[in-house]
Design a protein around this ligand. Structure first.
Ligand code: MRU
Length: 364
């Protein structure tokens, strides 16, 4: 992604450090966070320095490689135990995005070279880099396929941030928008602000970097614009897609999908193979993360004095509920834009896709 005209990835690894764009500081400050060990990497995922399903997957993959690289003992069994500990810690950081598990399994299944710690370390690093490259490539392809459904002069609504920041590069929902823009299509993007973490501001920041026309709207304004026929198309990302096509995505997605149906607006989900979960039969099998009340009680922003500040915006004597995701039933989804092409959200199509993915990548 272009940031101040320099090409960046959201996350990468150099020597034994994992580097990531610090998303807690955006859109106010652009800073790179350096994680020096796998515990810091796990913490970065947990605290959302890095967030978004494919980005979490790649970060976890690098985190596992980082653990392997930093192992200092001599026994091969000790090495394996140490890697398992790191795997478990990274695996517990966020529960909904299935990419996390896929990233970890991808590295774990490729790294062990019997008896050789040095070779296993090298393999772990190579596997994590391969996972990140494949992830970036998949998102680029999603952009190409998704571009086919975007017509000139269309106004597209998106929810949360499913841009390059949520992935290794390009984005999922934002990839088709990017490619349409590169193809000189005149497009406009409605960006839901996405309370409580306001990931919409990250989307707006990415769109500004690439000079794509857009407006941020309050989450509850989407229906207003849909009814006034100002929205032609909706594209969102996903954190996990069940076998029957039900899709978990940032809280508020479900209501946008229902509104889109009511207003005859095609509603698409964009996601790579790493976001599909053959073990979740329907959306009911997907674990929904419930986050701290504080995300509802406090807002973050820059004061007039240019200080980053946290302010209280709600009565603290109240309680809050804060589910981070919801499930959009398959019936509201017109199609799922993947790196292989656009598929219908049906069990048959998803089974075919997962089989293809497993064969091609010889399983996650
Ligand atoms: O809680 P987050 O910010 O990690 O949420 C994930 C997301 O970015 C969204 O749900 C997104 O729409 C799908 S990930 C490309």
């Amino acid at each position: 992604m272009l940031i101040n005209n320099i090409d960046y990835r959201t996350v990468w690894m150099q020597d034994s450090s994992v580097y990531m764009i610090n998303q807690l500081l955006l859109p106010f400050k652009f800073e790179i966070y350096q994680s020096k060990d796998y515990i810091e990497t796990a913490n970065a995922i947990k605290t959302m320095i890095v967030r978004g399903a494919p980005a979490i997957g790649a970060t976890a993959a690098y985190g596992l490689a980082q653990a392997a690289l930093l192992f200092e003992g001599y026994g091969y069994n000790d090495f394996k135990e140490y890697v398992d500990e790191a795997f478990n810690l990274l695996n517990l950081t966020r529960p909904t995005a299935i990419d996390l598990k896929h990233g970890l399994n991808f590295v774990k299944s490729r790294m062990f070279v019997k008896g050789s710690i040095a070779n296993s370390k090298m393999k772990a690093f190579e596997a994590a880099a391969e996972y990140a490259d494949l992830s970036a490539e998949s998102c680029k392809k999603i952009g190409g396929h998704g571009n086919e459904i975007i017509k000139n002069n269309q106004r597209i609504l998106t929810h949360c941030n499913a841009g390059a920041l949520a992935c290794v590069d390009f984005g999922t929902a934002l990839a088709p928008i990017r490619i349409a823009h590169y193809n000189n299509k005149n497009i406009f993007v409605f960006v839901d602000e996405t309370r409580p973490r306001n990931q919409g501001f990250l989307t707006a920041w990415e769109l500004s970097q690439e000079k794509i026309s857009h407006a941020i709207i309050a989450d509850n304004a989407a229906g207003f614009f849909m009814k006034k026929k100002e929205v032609d198309l909706a594209i969102v990302g996903a954190d996990r897609i069940a076998l029957n096509g039900d899709a978990a995505n940032k809280i508020g997605t479900y209501e946008k999908a229902v509104l889109a149906k009511e207003n005859n607006i095609p509603f698409y989900v964009a996601a790579p193979l790493s976001t599909f979960d053959a073990n979740s039969k329907t959306g009911n099998d997907i674990v929904i993360e419930e986050r701290s009340e504080d995300e509802i009680f406090y807002a973050y922003g820059m004061s007039e004095n240019k200080n980053l500040e946290k302010i209280n915006i709600a009565p603290l004597e109240s309680h809050a509920r804060n589910p981070a995701f919801d499930i959009t039933p398959a019936k509201y989804i017109k199609g799922i834009i993947t790196e292989i092409g656009i598929i219908k959200p049906t069990k048959q199509e998803i089974q075919k896709l997962v089989k293809y993915g497993n064969e091609k990548r010889s399983s996650f």
